[in-house]
Design a protein. Structure first.
Length: 160
């Protein structure tokens, strides 16, 4: 797992997004550079198959055509493992990539890690990354049922 250590936990708008190298549900490796020339939504979420996380993922799934029409890829990241992601993704027919960050290093790079002793999970935070790899929107407060529509509206404004 690689993380660009140049970035502190205080991410700001218009700075380069922290790099990552994480595996998806099928053990395929993904990196930030894979999304160059696309808009990218990275949404961090606490846990597969929990009510809020399911609601958020299914709302994004239902809006997947709208994201595609805006040249936007979506990835979800949590501390769950690839096997958990495979079950979650299959059960809910999610058409976007879920990445496993079991050590929480990428979550931490985006200041989206909650850690209490041995317990760690991603906070519900999201980021919009422009086609050049810069952070253009940061969400530190997210409503699972409303977030997909909020992302689409903000993408529309940012792409004007």
């Amino acid at each position: 797992m690689f993380i660009n250590k140049e970035h502190s936990n205080m991410l700001e708008l218009h700075q380069k997004a922290p790099d990552f190298a994480l595996y998806d549900a099928h053990e395929k490796l993904y990196q930030l550079s894979d999304y160059r020339n696309h808009w990218l939504v990275i949404y961090f979420y606490p846990k597969d198959n929990t009510p809020g996380c399911t609601k958020e993922a299914c709302a994004i799934r239902d809006d997947s055509e709208a994201f595609a029409n805006m040249n936007t890829k979506v990835i979800g990241i949590s501390t769950d493992n690839s096997k958990s992601h495979l079950g979650f993704s299959t059960k809910h027919s999610l058409p976007f990539t879920l990445l496993a960050d079991p050590e929480g290093k990428v979550c931490a790079a985006y200041d989206a890690l909650f850690k209490l002793g041995p317990i760690k999970f991603c906070k519900r935070h999201s980021f919009i990354i422009d086609p050049d790899g810069n952070i253009v929107k940061i969400y530190r407060t997210v409503s699972p049922s409303l977030h997909s529509q909020e992302l689409l509206k903000d993408l529309q404004d940012l792409q004007k």
